[in-house]
Ligand binder design. Structure first.
Ligand code: PGA
Length: 247
C-alpha cells in the first residue's frame, strides 16, 4: 500500500450521546495511528461530533446525503447542510441503501455529484451480492456501479473515495480473502485509470467484516488503501486496532 491509508467507521443506525462520547474519547486518546481515520455518524450526532473532534486529526462524515440541494424532499439532508458543519465525507451508495431504499446507480451518482459540489468527499460503495458472485457477475456488477459515478462526475471522478464492499461480507462475519478483495480493487483501479489521471493517487477502501485479526492482511494488498468498518467501528478497541493495522 503506497498511498496514505484511510480507515472510516460506519456507525450505521447505532449510538447514543453517551456511547458516542465514550467511543470518541477512547479513539482520540489512542492516536496517532499513522493513517487517516474518520467516523461516519447518524445525522443528529454530526454537530456534537464536530465539536468533540475539533482540533484533532480524527475526521467525520455522514452516512448518506440527498441528491438535491433543497426543496420538497421530506426527510432528506442535503450536502449543502452537511457542508455548513464542516462535514468531510459522505458515504453514498451503501448496499443497505441500495437494497433497503431502492437506490439506483444513477441516484448514487447524483448523490456523489451533490457531495462533491459542496466540498464533501463521497465514499462511493460498490459490491456484488452472493448470487451475483456465484453467477460470475462480480466484475460486471462493480464496473456498472462505478461507471455510473464516473460518467456523472466526468473530470471530477478522481476526487472520490471508492469502497468495495461485497454484500455477502457485510455484517456476516464472512470476509473476502485478501486475494479476492485485491482482484476487485485492481479491476476498479484500472477502470479509474481509464477515466482520470488521478487513479493511482485515489483511495480505495475494502469493507465487509473487517476485524482486528484480518485487517492487516487486507491492507497489505497493493490496491487496498484502508477500510470501511461497520460493526467493529462501534468497539473502541477494535476500531483502534484496525486503524493501527492500517498505519
Ligand atoms: P461490517 O460493515 O464491517 O459490519 O461488515 C461494513 C459496512 O457496511 O460498511
Amino acid at each position: 500500500m503506497s498511498r496514505r491509508a484511510l480507515v472510516v467507521g460506519n456507525w450505521k443506525l447505532n449510538g447514543s450521546r453517551s456511547a458516542n462520547a465514550q467511543l470518541l474519547a477512547a479513539v482520540l486518546q489512542a492516536r496517532p495511528f499513522g493513517c487517516d481515520a474518520a467516523v461516519c455518524v447518524p445525522f443528529p450526532y454530526l454537530p456534537e461530533t464536530a465539536v468533540t473532534l475539533a482540533g484533532s486529526d480524527l475526521r467525520w462524515g455522514a452516512q448518506d446525503c440527498s441528491a438535491h440541494d433543497s426543496g420538497a424532499y421530506t426527510g432528506e439532508v442535503s450536502a449543502a447542510m452537511l457542508a455548513e458543519f464542516g462535514c468531510r465525507y459522505a458515504i453514498v451508495g451503501h448496499s443497505e441503501r441500495r437494497a433497503l431504499h431502492g437506490e439506483t446507480d444513477q441516484l448514487v451518482a447524483d448523490k456523489a455529484r451533490a457531495a462533491l459540489a459542496h466540498g464533501i468527499t463521497p465514499s462511493v460503495c460498490v459490491g456484488e451480492t452472493r448470487e451475483q458472485r456465484e453467477a460470475g457477475q462480480t466484475d460486471a456488477v462493480v464496473k456498472r456501479q462505478l461507471s455510473a459515478v464516473i460518467h456523472a462526475l466526468a473530470h471530477c471522478a478522481g476526487e472520490i473515495v471508492v469502497a468495495y464492499e461485497p454484500v455477502w461480507a457485510i455484517g456476516t462475519g464472512l470476509t473476502a480473502t485478501p486475494e479476492q478483495a485485491q482482484a476487485v480493487h485492481a479491476l476498479l483501479r484500472a477502470q479509474l485509470r481509464a477515466a482520470t489521471a488521478r487513479a493511482d493517487a485515489m483511495t480505495l477502501l475494502y469493507g465487509g467484516s473487517v476485524k482486528p485479526d484480518n485487517a492487516a492482511a487486507l491492507f497489505a494488498q497493493p490496491d487496498i488503501d484502508g477500510g470501511l468498518i461497520g460493526g467493529a467501528s462501534l468497539k473502541a478497541a477494535d476500531f483502534i486496532a484496525i486503524c493501527r493495522a492500517a498505519g
